[in-house]
Ligand binder design. Structure first.
Ligand SMILES: NC(=O)c1ccc[n+]([C@@H]2O[C@H](COP(=O)([O-])OP(=O)(O)OC[C@H]3O[C@@H](n4cnc5c(N)ncnc54)[C@H](OP(=O)(O)O)[C@@H]3O)[C@@H](O)[C@H]2O)c1
Length: 249
C-alpha cells in the first residue's frame, strides 16, 4: 500500500533518520515540516515551518497545505510529530518564562494543531491514518531540572490518549517513548551543569557505557512497528514492543 508520511523536525537526530528511512521506501511519499527544509526530491515535499511560531503553524494548516495540490491520494497516511526540545533545563524556579512558553508551543501546542489538521483533512489524502507522537519517559515520571520537558511530554501523552479514543478506529494515535537515542539532544543534556540538572552524570554514564541507541536503529523500528500495525493506541514505550521476527532482514 502506498503510504504518505508527514514528519516534523526532519533536519537532525531521530527526524533525519526517519526521513532517510522513509525516502528509501519505494512506495512512500514524504512531506517534511522543518525550520530548514531540504530540497524537494522525487516523492519528497519540504515545507519551511518554525513550530514555535504558532501563527505560522495555523497558516500552514489553513492555507499553505491547501494550496499544495501536487501530492496524489494514498492508501494510508502517517503523521509523525517528532520535533521537540528539552530546553529550558533548569530548576523551575529559575527557568526562563519565555523558554517555558516556547517548549509548550513546540512540544505540545503545535503537535496538537497538526494532529487536528491531520484528522480533519485525512479523507482528502488517504483512506486510513495513524499518528505517532514522539514522547518520552520524562512525560511519565518527574525529573528535577526538566520541568518544561516533563510537563510538555505528559501533555503530549494526554492529548494522544484523548485523540486515540475520539478518532478510533479511523486513526490510530500512539504516544511513543523512543528510548535513549544518541542525538544532539543527548549531547545538550550531557553539557548541562549539575546545578541545573542533578541527574547529568547518569546521562554521561549512559553515553560512555555505550547504552545509547542510534537514531537509525530507532527510526527503522518505529517504521516497522507502524507498518506491521504493532503500535498500540495510547501510550507506548519502544523498549517493550517487538517487531515480528519474520519481518526482520
Ligand atoms: N534523544 C533522546 O534520547 C530522546 C529521548 C526521548 C525522547 N526524545 C524525543 O525524540 C524527538 C527527537 O529528538 P532528537 O533526539 O532527535 O532531538 P534533536 O537531535 O535535538 O533534534 C530535534 C529536531 O526538532 C527540530 N526542532 C526543534 N525546534 C524546532 C522548531 N521550533 N520548529 C521546527 N522544528 C524544530 C530540530 O530542528 P532544527 O534543526 O531546526 O533545530 C530537529 O530536527 C523529540 O521529540 C525528543 O523529545 C529523544
Amino acid at each position: 500500500m502506498r503510504v504518505l508520511y508527514f514528519l516534523t523536525g526532519s533536519t537532525r537526530g531521530l527526524g533525519a533518520a526517519l526521513a532517510q528511512a522513509i525516502a528509501a521506501g519505494t512506495d512512500c511519499t514524504l512531506v517534511t515540516l522543518s525550520r530548514q527544509p531540504a530540497c524537494h526530491a522525487a516523492r519528497r515535499h519540504d515545507f519551511a515551518l518554525d513550530l514555535a511560531d504558532l501563527d505560522s503553524v495555523e497558516r500552514w494548516c489553513t492555507s499553505d497545505w491547501q494550496g499544495h495540490t501536487g501530492i496524489p491520494r494514498h492508501g494510508r497516511a502517517v503523521l509523525i510529530n517528532n520535533a521537540g526540545i528539552v530546553d529550558p533545563v533548569a530548576p523551575m524556579i529559575n527557568a526562563s518564562r519565555d523558554a517555558m512558553r516556547r517548549a509548550i508551543a513546540i512540544n505540545v501546542t503545535a503537535p496538537m494543531m497538526l494532529m487536528q489538521w491531520f484528522a480533519s483533512q485525512l479523507a482528502a489524502f488517504a483512506d486510513t491514518g495513524s499518528i505517532i507522537n514522539i514522547s518520552s519517559g520524562a512525560g511519565r515520571r518527574p525529573i528535577a531540572g526538566w520541568g518544561a520537558y516533563c510537563t510538555t511530554k505528559a501533555g503530549l501523552d494526554m492529548a494522544s490518549q484523548v485523540a486515540a479514543i475520539e478518532w478510533q478506529p479511523r486513526i490510530r494515535v500512539t504516544s511513543l517513548a523512543p528510548g535513549v537515542i544518541d542525538t544532539d539532544m543527548q549531547a545538550q543534556i550531557r553539557a548541562t551543569s549539575e546545578a541545573d540538572f542533578a541527574d547529568v552524570q547518569r546521562f554521561k554514564d549512559l553515553k560512555t557505557s555505550g547504552a545509547l541507541v542510534t537514531a537509525e536503529a530507532v527510526a527503522k523500528r518505529i517504521l516497522e512497528l507502524d507498518s506491521q500495525g504493532l503500535l498500540p493506541a495510547g501510550l507506548a514505550d519502544i523498549r517493550s514492543l517487538s517487531v515480528k521476527p519474520s519481518e526482520l532482514p
